[in-house]
Design a protein around this ligand. Structure first.
Ligand SMILES: [Zn+2]
Length: 446
């Protein structure tokens, strides 16, 4: 658990993220809002860099995947066709003694989401709030947030906040085929918010009620699904390990058993990550067959068929779907980067973020802030680096040792210090985050 137990690495990460402006509890000023988190200046920078890296790798650098950005509010028939109205449920159980409501499958080990009341009662699970074992029947709780569109609140005006970005892709499949004529296999990618009314949100940003997803629906000729599944799986590893820089030995594949797969999937591989509190799902790769397009065709009465330009063959493509939660990935990045080590005889906290993801590439400061000639020279270096790289920060607070510690904590790879030697020979001190070693170079060599 992210908040229980003694001081642990997870608590240290939560504390660092709050202290340095990465992640704040949602609506904190009003006492919070369960299952929501707000990203501060450094958090939004890290989050955007992760999302941009994904978009570049999967969309811009490939010739077969295109982007879409669909509305969050969709025609409610979307969620009938997708199966979410019927099957997007968690098992809810109420304690008759204190009226606390819980997800039944999380109150004892070895229970699945389809746990029955009999199976649940047989575990002898106790209420986490009052400690009694006096339970009502398990009922299905639909996790979609509902709202009303327009001024009349009745059954006809009901709409849902999307529980996944995938359906906004599927509903635009035909539009894209009819406008840019892509050849199979091709993919459509989307990034955006999705909402799930979790019964008990927990584990920090791992299981929140509002999250950002990055999903691709990769449309393939049905007989080629296996080879495309393997290629897409390989691409996920390449992105996570070689672009985002997660350690390969902390990433694991888990073949999901048929009874645990989502209702639409014929094969699913979960990619799990060794978070500080244990192994958890990081992302999923699912073979969704023609489930979605066939259901949309039935619900809408429109054809979802694809005509092969070479053979003239007509069929409904099958789909491979990599789906990743941005916050989960962000927490994996933070967990992998967080370290405590010893520098100059004292312990420091350091965030070893890959340069690509660090909120700032450089921190520039004058050795002393009360020497105008140092400040002027430092400002000049700062402006030049900013013009060149953009994400450069300025710090003239406290002493130089304190500045280094602060930049270590937020993951800035290099600190550039302007001192009296700079005025003599034009070189600056560059201090490396990971080794704490210092070298002197000319600013133009940075
Ligand atoms: Zn109770």
């Amino acid at each position: 658990m992210w908040y229980n137990g003694g001081m642990s690495k997870t608590e240290d990460i939560v504390s660092l993220c709050k202290r340095r402006g990465f992640i704040f509890p949602g609506s904190e000023v009003y006492g919070g809002m369960a299952g929501t988190w707000d990203f501060g200046p450094l958090g939004v920078s890290l989050k955007r860099k992760i999302m941009d890296a994904w978009w570049k790798y999967f969309v811009e650098d490939r010739e077969d995947i295109y982007g879409v950005d669909a509305a969050i509010l969709m025609n409610p028939r979307t969620w009938v066709a997708s199966g979410h109205v019927d099957t997007f449920n968690d098992p809810l159980v109420e304690c008759k003694s204190c009226h606390g409501r819980f997800r039944a499958d999380k109150l004892a080990d070895g229970l699945s989401e389809s746990v029955t009341t009999e199976e649940f009662l047989a575990t002898g699970a106790k209420c986490p709030t009052c400690g009694k074992s006096d339970w009502g029947e398990i009922r299905k709780f639909n996790m979609m947030f509902s709202t009303h569109v327009g001024p009349v609140s009745d059954d006809k005006s009901i709409a849902y906040l999307r529980p996944e970005t995938a359906q906004g892709i599927f509903t635009n499949y035909k539009n894209v085929v009819d406008t840019i004529y892509p050849s199979l296999p091709f993919g459509l990618a989307q990034q955006g918010k999705a909402f799930r009314n979790e019964i008990s949100p927990r584990d920090y940003i791992l299981r929140d009620r509002e999250c950002s997803q990055m999903e691709i629906e990769y449309f393939v000729e049905p007989t080629t699904w296996e080879e495309n599944f393997e290629k897409m799986l390989k691409a996920q590893h390449d992105f996570l390990e070689n672009v985002i820089g997660l350690p390969a030995d902390a990433i694991h594949e888990e073949e999901v058993a048929p009874e645990d797969r989502a209702h639409y999937s014929k094969r699913t591989v979960d990619i799990e990550f060794d978070y500080p509190n244990g192994r958890e799902e990081l992302m999923g790769l699912a073979y969704r067959t023609d489930f979605d397009l066939t259901n949309i065709a039935r619900e809408s009465g429109k054809s979802m068929e694809y005509r092969d330009k070479n053979t003239g063959e007509v069929f409904v493509p099958h789909v491979i779907e990599p789906s990743i939660g941005v916050e989960r990935l962000m927490l994996a990045v933070l967990s992998a980067a967080y370290a405590e080590d010893e520098v100059d005889g004292s312990t420091r906290v350091v965030l070893r973020l890959p340069e690509l993801l660090a909120p700032y590439k450089f921190c520039v400061s004058p050795l002393l802030k009360n020497k105008p000639e140092l400040v002027a020279k430092a400002q000049e270096v700062y402006r030049d680096l900013r013009a060149k790289y953009g994400n450069v920060t300025w710090d003239d607070s406290g002493n130089i040792g304190k500045r280094y510690r602060k930049q270590d904590e937020i993951g800035t790879p290099k600190c550039v210090v302007i001192d009296f030697d700079t005025l003599e020979d034009g070189t600056v001190t560059v201090r490396d985050r990971d080794t704490a070693k210092q070298v002197r170079v000319k600013p133009e060599e940075l």
